[in-house]
Design a protein around this ligand. Sequence first.
Ligand code: AMP
Length: 567
Amino acid sequence: MSDTAPAAKQFADLGLPAPLLEALNSLGYETPSPIQAEAIPTLLSGDDLLGLAQTGTGKTAAFALPVLAGIDVSLRATQALILTPTRELALQVAEAFQRYAQNMRGFSVLALYGGSAFAPQFKALERGAHVVVATPGRLTDHLRRRSLKLQDLRFLVLDEADEMLKMGFADDLEAVFEEVPEQTQKALFSATMPPGVRTVARKHMKEPKEIRLHSGSSSSLDTITQKVWEVSNHHKLDAMTRLLEVEPVEAMIVFVRTKTASLELAERLEARGFAAAALNGDLSQQLREQVVDRIKRGLIDIIVATDVAARGLDVERITHVLNYDLPHDSESYVHRIGRTGRAGRQGTAILFATPRERRLLHVLEKATGQKIEPQALPSADAVRSGRLNKLATRLNTARENASSLHQQLVTDLQELTSLDATELAAALLAILPSAKTLLEPVSELPSAPARQENQFDRDSGLTRYKVQGGRKSGLMPKPLVDVLVKVGKLQRQQIGHIKMFPEHTGVYLPQLDQDILNRLASAEVNGVPLQIRAWPLPPGETESRPTRKPKRDFASKPRAARPPRKD
Ligand code: AMP
């Protein structure tokens, strides 16, 4: 390894309690992102905080972890309030709290947002929630109705404060600040710092500590070409397979965010026949060296790595770096892409970005002093001709090695089979394992739709179907998926979220045509007929579910009476 990296801070150094550290470990988080390394100790020490940070920097954990550290689970009262501009973000943040609190028994979090019925929200509030994540309009409605009480509040977090002000929530925010107890600790996160946000901070926060993520210095990366592919989360693996078919990849390093993701992706690539291995901080130094040695010697072609494990990696063969997940900051990005274009060779760095992440690109462009060119996903045709070209190249090389003995074999075979030259070549292709892919169908990969993503992204655009059998009858997701794949001829990656109920099960699938429905009509799982049928979502349903059309909270209620924004 060549360049040395500064010792990264560990989660264990930040002062977080053991149940949270264990949760982070089980989620596969390896090291804190820069905003987490700075914000967590600040918030744990009780200071107010003003953080300039965008989505993707890990800001949710930066406030969720210290908030959770201060929650008293035995006190059944709302102790933390998080405000977010949209319903999607509220759900996403609530889900993050749940993940990080997985080892805190009895912990509960509630998302409150406009555009859905009040009754279930009243009920949930009566039951009590330690953390409430809410959009400002709906929150002030609840405060007015006294359905939410804040006398035990210890933390108030404003997430994406600039967005909330832009959407005209200034009055609601003021109302919330008026309502919270004097000693409440406050944190405000914002991607930009317009005067309106500064004013809120000055007026309501106590000497907040300011954290800015600096965008890193511009490095010379002359030998690297950068490209971006817009891919939604659930198409990343297919996009990567496609990339490997059309790009002249000799060896590649793929970056993901977590240790778990590095293992999973390496396994999935191996299952698809690629020579891949994971490289992450859980491996001993000796195993890490072995992985690096194997890619150097060409025994494997793909390493799926986390940032920390791959720092300083120096392998000439690496022609491509793939940012499968975006890095948390631009410094990591510069480190990542510097793994290619070594020893004067040309390298290519490709970035998978979801629509929501598109706005982060200019930060990376600034850090690298280069434009990141958008590239259309290769069409099915491009993949087919890529496959054919690869085989043609192999045949041309093979011709040089083919001896008169091979030619004699062909003549003998023709005599034995009475096939003509084309028929014989076709038959040989049919039994040649590496030619199998030539006939495999290639589907068009949809480019990611231009809309906001949320944690249900993998389900958006899918239709909910109901099948008979649920928890009571012992239905498990795996056999269900197996039947959908085997009988319905669906591809595994087309199958979205599966939600089990006692008597039945909801499953998100692409719109099924009549052919597939006919095939599934008589299908059974564990002897229970599936009886699959479309199951449209009722309007106003409050259960966590995919949102097809992101609806902003302010759209649910006329806000014409608001004074115009000043910032
Ligand atoms: P956020 O900026 O909070 O929206 O987080 C972006 C993504 O990064 C989320 O999918 C998090 O689960 C993930 N994430 C946050 N912190 C870390 C970390 N320290 N290591 C790995 N992944 C993380």
